[in-house]
Design a protein around this ligand. Structure first.
Ligand SMILES: C[S@@+](CC[C@H](N)C(=O)[O-])C[C@H]1O[C@@H](n2cnc3c(N)ncnc32)[C@H](O)[C@@H]1O
Length: 434
């Protein structure tokens, strides 16, 4: 989605989240934030807040009543992925103009068409394997898979004939939507419910906006008795409302990540995405030979000292409106946070992957078009509009970044998407490892 905080949106956020402007120029984005009137769970009157899905609210409340405050990561996991009531797992999440937010995919088929050229190049680099796996994770309702496969069938029937398209999808409702949308491709599509259960593969793993949807811990740089320290924001229930309370970090792995951050100004808030680190650790051994390409929005460690987002990057959104609190519309709205690209790349390297490239979406797509100019038909007005949205620095071009990781590939030659990128380790603020 275009949830990455654009500079305009950022200014507005500072002005108390009065809504997002710019971006795709859709009128929904211009609406100002309204308090949602409503009742809390079990008929309890809430003055301003609509807590959201009643069963989910009750379930979270009951856990807090039994165990005490919970981490925000646990709360977010329930809100988005509780097997029955979560925003994504229930099938309530709708993307695009009539949904809650935009992604690269909802702009139109152009994004998938350009990715298809990058995938074709990878197939050729890998020596045209006769079983070429494309593994997609976070495929939602299968739009991107369809755009890529249709484009591949046109631009290279030889590659298309060797593709096994493997979707990692934990949720039955989304798997069903994908199967409907991809029925034209028959047996070339297969599914797994988790990354853990897939076989080692030769090919490419890719994801668009997967990691920003993973549960995060929330932390704040506090000044306690003159000492700078990190505290974690936990979710509690008091006086009929969910509230944040602060405590020392709840998980030693959170503390370990905090130890890698430097020069963070006082009072800053941040999100720690342990799930993304676990995800890359699980993915690495699955990739026998090929590439993992992740497209998402985030920051690198060097950005933390200047801190463009002192209040953190957590955003909740429904119907193209920012919601002020994650405790509004629980299970009915999206929750997302920027990712720490440096931490993810560092973990990937530790897990045995090579960092091949890191750049913004503008340079990535421009690199593909420079190598494959036939990807863009000059006389197609719709394609030109889509391309402008994807490339323009004030729209999606700079908000999104692309990381390429690989194993068992030639180190020298860059993929076309990274031909205009700077040296990745410097970009990611990582030192070359010995
Ligand atoms: C922000 S949406 C992006 C959807 C789509 N890739 C797009 O760009 O339009 C995130 C998607 O990732 C999925 N997701 C989150 N964690 C996942 C996981 N561990 N495995 C597979 N999908 C996951 C969610 O269910 C959701 O469909």
């Amino acid at each position: 989605m275009w949830r990455a905080i654009s500079q305009d949106a950022e200014k507005q956020r500072e002005r108390n989240l009065t809504g997002k402007s710019g971006g795709l120029n859709h009128s929904e984005g211009q609406q100002s934030l309204q308090c949602l009137p409503g009742m809390g769970f079990a008929g309890e009157r809430c003055n301003r807040l609509n807590h959201g899905n009643h069963e989910l609210v009750e379930l979270i409340r009951s856990k807090i009543r039994t165990d005490g405050p919970v981490s925000f990561a646990w709360f977010m996991d329930q809100a988005l992925y509780h097997p029955e009531h979560g925003y994504y797992s229930s099938g309530r999440a709708k993307l695009g103009r009539r949904g809650d937010y935009f992604t690269n995919v909802s702009v139109g088929p152009m994004f998938g068409q350009l990715l298809a050229f990058q995938i074709l190049e990878i197939w050729e680099r890998l020596g045209r394997p006769t079983t070429f796996q494309i593994v997609e994770q976070g495929a939602h309702e299968g739009q991107l898979a369809r755009d890529i496969l249709r484009a591949l069938a046109t631009i290279s029937p030889a590659c298309f004939d060797n593709v096994r398209y493997h979707i990692v999808e934990p949720f039955a409702v989304l798997q069903k939507a994908q199967a409907n949308r991809l029925s034209e491709f028959g047996a070339c599509i297969e599914w797994s419910s988790s990354l853990e259960t897939i076989e080692r593969f030769v090919g490419i793993h890719f994801s668009n906006e997967l990691m920003d949807s993973m549960p995060v811990h929330l932390v704040r740089r506090a000044n306690i008795g003159g000492d700078r320290c990190w505290v974690e924001k936990l979710v509690s229930w008091q006086d009929g409302h969910f509230k944040f309370v602060e405590a020392p970090p709840s998980d030693e792995r959170v503390a370990e990540q905090l130890g890698t951050l430097r020069d963070v100004p006082g009072d800053a808030e941040l999100e720690i995405n342990l799930s993304a680190l676990d995800w890359i650790t699980t993915l690495s051994p699955k990739l026998e030979r090929g590439y993992a390409i992740a497209i998402d929005y985030g920051y690198v460690i060097a950005d933390l000292s200047s801190l463009r987002h002192p209040a953190g990057t957590l955003q909740c959104r429904t119907q193209h409106r920012l919601i002020e609190s994650p405790f509004d519309s629980i299970g009915d709205c999206d929750i997302t946070a920027h990712i720490n690209w440096s931490a993810i790349a560092h973990r990937a390297e530790k897990a045995g992957l090579r960092i091949d490239g890191f750049t913004d979406q503008h340079h990535f797509l421009t690199g593909i078009i420079a190598k494959y100019p036939e990807a863009v038909q000059a006389d197609d007005a719709s394609a030109r509009r889509q391309l402008q949205t994807l490339l323009h620095p004030e729209m999606m071009g700079r908000s999104f970044q692309v990381l390429s990781l690989s194993r068992g590939t030639e180190a020298g030659e860059r993929l076309s998407g990274f031909q205009f990128a700077r040296a990745p380790l410097r970009q990611l603020d990582l030192r070359p490892t010995a």
